[in-house]
Ligand binder design. Sequence first.
Ligand SMILES: [Zn+2]
Ligand SMILES: [Zn+2]
Length: 271
Amino acid sequence: MTEPTLVDSHCHLDRLEGAEQPGAVAQYLADARDQGVGHVLCVSIDMGNVHDVLAIARENPGVSASAGIHPNEEPDPETEPDAAALRELALDPVVVAVGETGLDYFRSGEDEDMGWQRDRFRRHIGVAREVGKPLIIHTRAAAEDTLTILREEGAEQCGAVMHCFAEDRDVARRALDMGFYISLAGIVTFRNAAELKEVAKMVPEDRLLVETDAPYLAPVPNRGKPNRPAWVRHTAEHVAELRGTSLEELARTTTANFHRLFPRAEGAAAA
Ligand SMILES: [Zn+2]
Ligand SMILES: [Zn+2]
């Protein structure tokens, strides 16, 4: 039986349960390969882990990396990367994308000043354009500002994926109109995610990606457990069903999309 070749387009391998144990990451990747997952993009979140992420990508075949600082990381003048620091990381050959970056107003109080998040986001977009690598966008409770800043900073020029998409069809449409990709994570498999299931049906075939965002947000039937890259298959199966297509076809198109958006990822030449 030929296995479908899936890509987990967004995962935090360094944060998986037990990842610090010797051989653990390699085992997670082997388990993922058994489920047809041929490539994993390991995404960085803070300046403390970015070198771990790059090392994981260097040491493991079928893994690429991103460089960036997550909007939920509190600003710290000691560690906040300026454009030059971000650029140096983004230029590393193992880095195929800039992020995850974006806006997350969910945890903030109503009148908290989120200017620092917007500044950081703009800085990431500028660097992505300079180095010519696409953006990985995180947005939560901040869709309007996210789209506005992406437009103002010219993010269409470097491309982007709206990762772990959890907004409505209108936001999806506007992101697609700017040329961006939409990546669906385990949330789409949840029973109460009716609007997101509609999004899953409306994204054009050539703009869709799938991801785990592991160790977070495990898909049904493993909802609530620490997530792992192998389980991107559950999300892909569910999305295929929603779209009335086969897992094989969905794997083929989402993998081709991944390599089109991230041409520096290993295996891109074959896609
Ligand atoms: Zn995120
Ligand atoms: Zn993430």
